[in-house]
Design a protein around this ligand. Structure first.
Ligand code: KG4
Ligand code: ZN
Length: 355
């Protein structure tokens, strides 16, 4: 079984082919970073046009590299939301056109589901697992019971973790995207130099909040000599990253305890999304999982940030269950993970209990 996947929901144009038994056959990502850099963030209109310019070439490249023709494909999957809608349209329309022309099933993949299932591509994570999804636009804890069966446990009430990394990087003149730059600067910094708040720690709910931390970073940075000295930048990056790690560690420890109560097993803890590429956070969350008697599983860093292999893989998992979509499926700018369609009759354990 082989699926072509397409990803165009933000500023990466990507195409990939994955196979059920051989894994990733090709995985091409074109980053639009240089096109957005002058604006310090992603400009939706520029992103949509750039997807249009690059997608066709990437699809050809992905098929060539995989040595697969349309005849050997079993389905075409594309991110159909959530994301910047102009870009999502480009990917979905392209996928639908190819599916119609080649008489192949079309699969509308939720981008978050792509992140949620990636660990099953790179290793063997069995259901159920506790998912921490941390990316530029999302931050949530969910119980993953199966393909299309997601139970929301907590989410951010303001900013996403990645967004916070990006804003901190901007304040420190570290450029865009901020995550990798903050991580690199933090390596040379003292994480105790600046005392920063750790919102939500100790709370019973599994929600997140990062706006107070973001504001505290801003206050501390403007109080520094301008431009800040190199050591100040490193110390702030390390102090900020340490605060985020403490918050994520606390939420995950609580999440694992809740998960054990609900499912009778401690984990595993799966960490996904762009922020999961951060080595320091991975190490911290690994310790949290071990302390809870389970393991942390995260995709290799290259598969944490946006790519099409994760979309092709989610498409393949859905295809195996017969979860294909009709060509009138409308792209969705907003599409929470827990609203993804599962197999007929599928309900989360909570819904089963309440029914
Ligand atoms: O999953 P992703 O590629 O796109 C979204 O779906 O949002 O995540 C991108 C986010 C950005 O905010 C980026 O700064 C962050 O992931 N990120 C990182 C690292 N690499 C990427 N954050 C912290 N440390 C990293 N090494
Ligand atoms: Zn993403």
């Amino acid at each position: 079984m082989k699926v072509l996947g397409i990803e165009t929901s933000c500023d990466e144009t990507a195409a990939a082919v994955v196979s059920a038994d051989a894994g990733i056959l090709s995985n091409l990502v074109f980053s639009q970073l240089e096109e957005h850099r002058p604006y310090g963030g992603v400009v939706p209109e520029i992103a949509a046009r750039s997807h249009l310019d690059h997608l066709e070439g990437l699809i050809r490249g992905a098929l060539d590299q995989a040595k697969v023709g349309f005849a050997e494909l079993d389905a075409i999957a594309a991110t159909a939301g959530p994301g910047l809608i102009g870009g999502v349209f480009v990917g979905v329309m392209t996928a639908k056109a190819m599916a119609a022309a080649r008489h192949l099933p079309f699969i509308a993949v939720n981008h978050l589901e792509g992140h949620a299932l990636t660990v099953r591509l790179s290793g063997e994570a069995a259901f159920p697992y506790l998912l921490l999804l941390v990316s530029g636009g999302h931050c949530q804890l969910a119980a993953v019971e199966g393909v299309g069966v997601y139970r929301h446990l907590g989410g951010t009430i303001d900013d996403a973790a990645g967004e916070c990394f990006d804003k901190t990087a901007k304040l420190l003149n570290l450029g865009y995207p901020g995550g990798p730059a903050v991580e690199a600067a933090a390596r040379g910094g003292n994480d105790r130099r600046f005392a920063l708040p750790r919102p939500m720690i100790g709370r019973e709910s599994l929600d997140f909040s990062f706006s107070g931390l973001k504001t505290a970073v801003r206050h501390r940075v403007v109080a520094l000599a301008q431009p800040p000295a190199a050591q100040d930048v490193c110390d702030m990056a390390a102090s900020f990253q340490g605060a985020v790690a403490d918050v994520l560690a606390d939420r995950c420890a609580r999440g694992l305890a809740r998960f054990r109560g609900d499912y009778g097993q401690a984990g595993p803890l799966v960490v996904a999304g762009g922020v999961a590429a951060n080595t320091y956070l991975r190490t911290r969350l690994d310790k949290v999982a071990r302390a809870a008697g389970t393991e942390m599983i995260a995709p290799p860093p290259k598969l944490c940030t946006d790519n099409a292999a994760m979309i092709a893989w989610a498409g393949l998992e859905r295809l195996r269950l017969g979860l294909t979509d009709s060509l009138d499926f409308a792209p969705r700018p907003r599409w929470p993970l827990q609203e993804v369609r599962g197999p007929v009759g599928a309900a989360t354990r909570r819904q089963n209990i309440e029914a």
